[in-house]
Design a protein around this ligand. Structure first.
Ligand code: IMP
Ligand code: MG
Length: 196
């Protein structure tokens, strides 16, 4: 898995040190308030675990499952919700956690959904924010790191559902991306069974 990486952008220790800072701010901002954290799966599972254990508040946790990439390295522009039941945020403050703010379509769609469910407030927190022009008028309230506009994996982020378990944020070799985009859905070169 590590040989597929061109370079590491953020080491685990750097990420965790930044989470200490964000968690302290969130703790101050939501002390005494009824908070529900809504994690956007699958990409935010590692971020959620590491961030929430640093917030000593009696918060609730819920998850929503959305997808907008559908296997490529560019947002399809279509955000689909997978689950049947939505979080109960009526009369509570909602904080949405996502791995990355890219086009902004995902956060906008989730925030709109929660606003419609009667949340007292809806704020957003992302580990990464890509520096780029966005057509969607949304920004995150809490941001871990601003990064360049390139495709990254690790710490929850995937390329074709792989590399989510990397402890760091990294950039893949262009060859790996090319091979993945050329391969049939769900297969990667080393996983295609040999004909013998
Ligand atoms: P947005 O809706 O375009 O802001 O994209 C948000 C979602 O796209 C994130 O939650 C990620 O799952 C995925 N995504 C965006 N950029 C990247 C990336 O560089 N690597 C992996 N996934 C990404
Ligand atoms: Mg994703």
């Amino acid at each position: 898995m590590f040989r597929d990486l061109a370079r590491t952008l953020l080491h685990e220790s750097t990420i965790l040190a930044r989470l200490d800072e964000i968690a302290a701010r969130i703790t101050d901002d939501y002390r005494g308030k009824d908070l529900t954290v809504i994690a956007v799966l699958n990409g935010s599972f590692m971020f959620m675990g590491d961030l929430l254990r640093r917030i000593p508040l009696p918060l609730r946790v819920d998850c929503v499952s959305v997808a907008s990439y559908h296997g490529g390295t560019e947002s399809s522009g279509r955000v689909t919700f997978d689950q049947i039941s939505l979080p109960d945020v009526a009369g509570r403050h909602a904080l949405i956690l996502d791995d990355i703010l890219d086009s902004g379509l995902t956060l906008e769609a989730v925030a709109a959904k929660l606003g419609g469910l009667g949340a007292l407030s809806v704020k957003t927190c992302v580990l990464l924010r890509k520096r780029k022009e966005r057509t969607v008028a949304i920004d995150a309230d809490y941001v871990g790191f601003d990064i360049g506009d390139e495709f990254v994996v690790g710490y929850g982020l995937d390329f074709q559902e792989k590399y989510r378990n990397l402890p760091c944020i990294a950039v893949l070799h262009p060859d790996v991306i090319r091979a993945g985009l050329d391969a049939p859905a769900g297969a990667s070169p080393e996983e295609v069974p040999s004909p013998s």
